[in-house]
Design a protein around this ligand. Structure first.
Ligand code: AMP
Length: 284
């Protein structure tokens, strides 16, 4: 079974030995409770790299004070099995005090890209993400790192961080994996009861409607957002946090669709906050 290590030193020693042998190394950062979305990242990583490290760390720094840190789902045995199936070579599963000493005081903070979309309702989130991902990059020193398009803002933020700070890692984005009925796979889907699980389909319905409108030539973002919102507002258990159409790279809101855009949303289903998005590409 794939080995689980809890210390930074063990990861470093293992990766150093691989690199001495000439192996390329991939990192797949996760918070565990793994599903087929995570597995698609691991499979992509294994296909292009001799060695794959999966980190499983529910990073306290990226949760706000009223968020779900304490209740975040965990199942290390199942995670280990899924990693094994995908040919993962090592799981890094540190405790919080291995990552953060009591006097920890260094952060990676990004302006701009982190302020809109999820950043508006989760003001400390991306500082936590950037800090932990740069620590993981420094610990593992991977050649490539794999992230899901499911967290589109996170992917854009990580790409920018790597560019701005000259981090020597290739960031690979992977497509959103969905349930058969269209709901984007997420560890947080486990919070939904039966009624909420059904209600959660309104996110995908809105995504499909937005995609259809744009494909049919709609250009006015406000109109598109209004139609998508109307679909979600029909669902009594749903409450929109945001629906935005932004430039796919800068994440700045756009009014007219004249270039590639990211249409992203966060919607509460009951108490559970779900996110989804699509990219509409216009070739330059
Ligand atoms: P998480 O464990 O939620 O922090 O996610 C770890 C990585 O898996 C992130 O890069 C996510 O974007 C990615 N991921 C999560 N769900 C999906 C999905 N349904 N499809 C593709 N990637 C995903």
């Amino acid at each position: 079974m794939v080995q689980i290590v809890k210390t930074i030193q063990e990861v470093r020693e293992t990766v150093k030995a691989w690199k001495r042998a000439g192996d390329q190394v991939a990192l797949v950062p996760t918070m565990g409770f793994l599903h087929e979305g995570h597995q698609s990242l691991m499979n992509a990583a294994k296909a292009a790299n001799a060695r794959v490290v999966v980190s499983i760390f529910v990073n306290p720094m990226q949760f706000g004070p009223t968020e779900d840190l304490a209740s975040y789902p965990r199942d290390l045995d199942k995670d280990q099995l899924l990693c094994q199936q995908s040919g993962v070579d090592l799981i890094f599963h540190p405790d919080a005090d291995e990552m953060y000493s009591p006097d920890f005081c260094s952060f990676v903070d990004m302006t701009g890209l982190t302020e809109g979309l999820c950043g508006s309702s989760r003001p400390v989130h991306f500082r936590g993400v950037c800090t932990v991902v740069s620590k993981l990059f420094n610990i593992v020193q991977p050649d490539r790192a794999y992230f899901g398009q499911k967290d589109a803002q996170q992917l854009a933020v990580i790409r920018r961080m790597v560019r701005d700070l000259n981090i020597d890692v290739q960031v690979i984005g992977c497509p959103i994996i969905r349930e058969q009925d269209g709901l984007a796979k997420s560890s947080r889907n486990s919070y939904l009861n039966r009624e909420e699980r059904q209600a959660a389909l309104c996110l995908h319905a809105a995504i499909q409607s937005g995609q259809q409108l744009i494909q049919n030539g709609a250009k006015d973002c406000q109109k598109i957002i209004t139609q998508m919102s109307a679909l979600i507002n029909q669902q009594p258990l749903a409450k929109i946090d945001y629906i935005s159409i932004v430039d796919a790279e800068t994440l700045i809101p756009v009014e007219q669709i004249t270039r590639s855009v990211l249409c992203a949303m966060a919607v509460y289903i009951g108490k559970t906050r779900l996110i989804d998005n699509f990219i509409f590409e216009i070739p330059n």
